[in-house]
Ligand binder design. Sequence first.
Ligand code: HEC
Ligand code: HEC
Ligand code: HEC
Ligand code: HEC
Length: 119
Amino acid sequence: MNTIVRTALCTALTLGLSLGAALAADAPKGPVKVTNFGKKAAVTFDHGKHKDVKCEQCHHNAKDGKFTCGECHRKDDDAKTKAPKLESAAHNKDVGVCFSCHRAEDAKHKLKCNDCHKG
Ligand code: HEC
Ligand code: HEC
Ligand code: HEC
Ligand code: HEC
């Protein structure tokens, strides 16, 4: 492994660990399968390709180690907790989750439906 690669790796690890420590978890190393309720193909999310985004921007509610969006954002809106259904949460263009970067009018990184819902 050359020095540049090693330094980059160390930096990434240090950053990951310090950010992770604040939230009591590290970002998963490989792609994760996002909770899926079944109409469209499941979405795979790669934390490694989103290193510039602060954990809290997506994990707005991870204080108690709850990182799985699908634990609170269910198939339908939840009248009791007021959590919008997972589809609306992920597709929200106004707060900094998926669609703000990938589908908003002025999005820099446009993706088509099937770029995320593969299969
Ligand atoms: C940037 C990635 C991304 C793009 C692009 C995207 N989606 Fe999604 N979508 C998600 C995520 C994440 C979820 C929540 C996880 C899940 O439900 O599978 C979701 C959920 C859904 C759901 C509800 C879940 C289900 O399987 O029933 C539907 C329906 C859906 N998307 C349709 C679409 C359509 C139609 C488009 C194109 C107009 C689209 N999505 C584009 C990421 C994306
Ligand atoms: C752009 C949005 C986004 C950012 C930024 C982000 N995550 Fe995630 N993370 C997700 C999604 C989406 C999931 C899958 C949730 C689900 O399945 O419901 C996830 C899952 C996780 C999980 C659970 C993995 C598993 O195996 O279930 C952990 C832990 C996690 N993230 C930690 C982090 C940490 C730490 C950071 C910051 C370094 C971070 N995430 C940044 C969107 C994000
Ligand atoms: C512990 C439960 C919980 C977890 C885990 C959780 N959320 Fe939420 N989320 C909520 C609740 C409750 C609301 C509605 C009240 C509020 O806005 O805080 C909400 C609101 C939202 C909204 C709407 C915000 C707005 O201003 O309209 C978005 C978008 C969102 N969540 C995305 C996510 C994503 C993406 C994840 C996973 C990375 C996630 N949430 C994880 C409970 C949760
Ligand atoms: C702050 C902006 C931002 C947010 C929010 C964001 N992304 Fe991304 N996403 C990016 C950028 C930038 C890339 C390109 C990374 C690269 O390939 O170098 C990317 C790449 C991707 C890719 C393509 C990766 C590949 O394998 O080629 C997918 C799929 C994706 N994002 C899904 C998501 C999902 C799902 C969410 C919400 C949980 C999300 N993104 C939230 C900026 C964002």
